[in-house]
Write a protein that binds this ligand. Structure first.
Ligand code: AMP
Ligand code: ZN
Length: 466
């Protein structure tokens, strides 16, 4: 598989550090709000990358963090009169709910910054020992870019002279160099803080990702990802901190997704031009949003509009129609030898999967991969008829499931039914709470028709298959 490596600005063959294993880290959300569709892009893209590696037989360790302490978290918690921890808990729960509806599986580990303070402190101490960090009087600790000057800027392709000449110098700056960045921030009144060798304080943003990625993946690991906006300064600083501490290469491949734009401007919380995934959830099944996000190769910019989501929904509906049609044909299929048309179809199905894999192997080109699925559907719609050979329809179903599964699209029928049953049971519980017995009975009858029996027990509703 070829991956575009931001570090070398080239597509490179992916060779993992350890054969058969992939270790990847992706910068996750700051949990002070519901995430927007722009944030959803890296979540969906890297979930798909992980699925593809697994499909290829790799064992994947996937780490995606939660930034649960920073200025925005503190401000929002203060506004709401709750603790930063309460705020984080609320939006982490919301993350998992929305992510699930987007078909984004939980990562292997979702570390939180505030739960890794000892690791963060240990890393800063290592940097201090290497002469790359210095504390100042107010309790802050900074990374000393001058001491690292020959390496700084390699990911973003900038050198320190250019960066410094463009930087604003504050008169009362306590830093040695305008490009120095905080590893640790001394406590200000009313802020949450942890004990450290430099006094009470909290970690800077960049250091958490260095500390947590190396804790779970080792000092050198395979892939580090995130949105393009993170290349500088976040990822540049992660490299400086990690390599400055370990003297070993940090991530081997750097992957960055392009922006999700709205009217050709990056969707962002600060610009206020965003739609949260929660907003969209009211109107569209989030699987359509996943389809939309995968409709472009991950490095290309992608423009958001309601029409685009509607189009993605229509494309997804065509996939579901195809799935139902294949299932229907499967039920009436015959155990017999293939005719010439069916023999060709089986070969075409195989060719579509090869095309799919080739597209995914080419730096995760999900746009072309989706094209291969529709090509399969087209072939099948022509060649499969009621009474077709079972082996032919089975080959089509297997190819279809394999490809849609990698993209995390098109739920299997059983799962779809379970979700429907869960929703009905929940609606019935609500009706009973409101003493709406008529509605409660109606839902019970509907479930019965679907093949499920509901009993009302002291513990609530008990559901079993009829
Ligand atoms: P944040 O919560 O702002 O730290 O962002 C979480 C992730 O979303 C990071 O990987 C960002 O790079 C990514 N991201 C933020 N905005 C966009 C956007 N408009 N398009 C694509 N990725 C984005
Ligand atoms: Zn990060």
């Amino acid at each position: 598989m070829k991956i575009f490596n931001t570090m070398t600005r080239k597509k490179e063959e992916f060779v993992p550090l350890e054969p058969g294993k992939v270790k990847m880290y992706v910068c996750g959300p700051t949990v002070y709000n519901y995430f927007h569709i722009g944030n959803a892009r890296p979540f969906v893209v890297f979930d798909t990358l992980r699925r593809y590696f697994e499909h290829r037989g790799y064992e994947v360790t996937f780490v995606q963090n939660f930034t649960d302490i920073d200025d925005k978290m503190i401000r929002r918690a203060n506004e709401e009169g709750i603790t930063v921890k309460e705020l984080a808990d609320r939006f982490i729960a919301a993350y998992f709910e929305d992510a699930k509806l987007l078909g984004v599986r939980p990562a292997t580990v979702h570390p939180r910054a505030t739960e890794h303070i000892p690791e963060i402190i240990a890393l800063i101490e290592r940097l201090e020992k290497n002469g790359l960090a210095y504390p100042v009087a107010n309790g802050d600790v900074y990374f000393d870019v001058q001491k690292y000057r020959s390496h700084y800027g390699k990911l973003s392709g900038q050198n320190l002279d250019d960066l410094e000449s463009g930087a604003r110098i504050e008169v009362d700056d306590i830093k040695h160099d305008p490009m120095d960045f905080a590893l640790w921030k001394g406590q200000k009144t009313g802020e949450p803080a942890w004990k450290s060798p430099w006094g009470m304080g909290r970690p800077g943003w960049h250091i958490e990702c260095s500390a947590m990625s190396m804790k779970y993946l080792g000092e050198t690991f395979d892939i580090h990802g995130g949105g393009q906006d993170l290349i500088f300064p976040h990822h540049e600083n992660e490299i400086a901190q990690s390599e400055g501490a370990t003297c070993k290469p940090f991530a081997r491949y750097w992957m960055h997704n392009g922006f999700l734009n709205i009217d050709n401007q990056k969707m962002s919380k600060s610009l206020g031009n965003f739609f949260t995934v929660r907003d969209i959830r009211e109107k569209y099944d989030l699987e359509a949003v996943r389809m939309f996000l995968l409709s472009a190769q991950y490095r290309s910019p992608l423009n958001f509009s309601q029409e685009q989501i509607a189009q993605a929904k229509a494309a997804l509906d065509r996939m579901y129609t195809a799935r139902d049609n294949f299932d229907f044909l499967e039920e009436g299929a015959q155990e017999r030898a293939l005719n010439a048309e069916e023999t060709q179809l089986v070969a075409d199905a195989k060719a579509c999967v090869e095309k799919f894999d080739a597209a995914m192997d080419d730096d995760l080109n999900t746009a072309d991969a989706i094209g291969a699925i529709f090509e399969l559907i087209k072939h099948a719609n022509v060649a499969l008829k009621p009474g077709c050979a079972k082996d032919a329809v089975d080959a089509v179903i297997a190819a279809f499931k394999e490809m849609t599964g990698v993209l995390g699209l098109v739920k299997p029928k059983e799962e779809e039914k379970n979700a429907e049953v869960d929703a009905l049971v929940e609606a019935r519980a609500q009706a009973r709470k409101e003493k709406n017995w008529k509605e409660s009975d109606r839902i019970r009858d509907q479930l019965k028709e679907m093949g499920y029996i509901v009993e009302d027990t002291a513990q609530g509703q008990k559901v079993r298959k009829a």
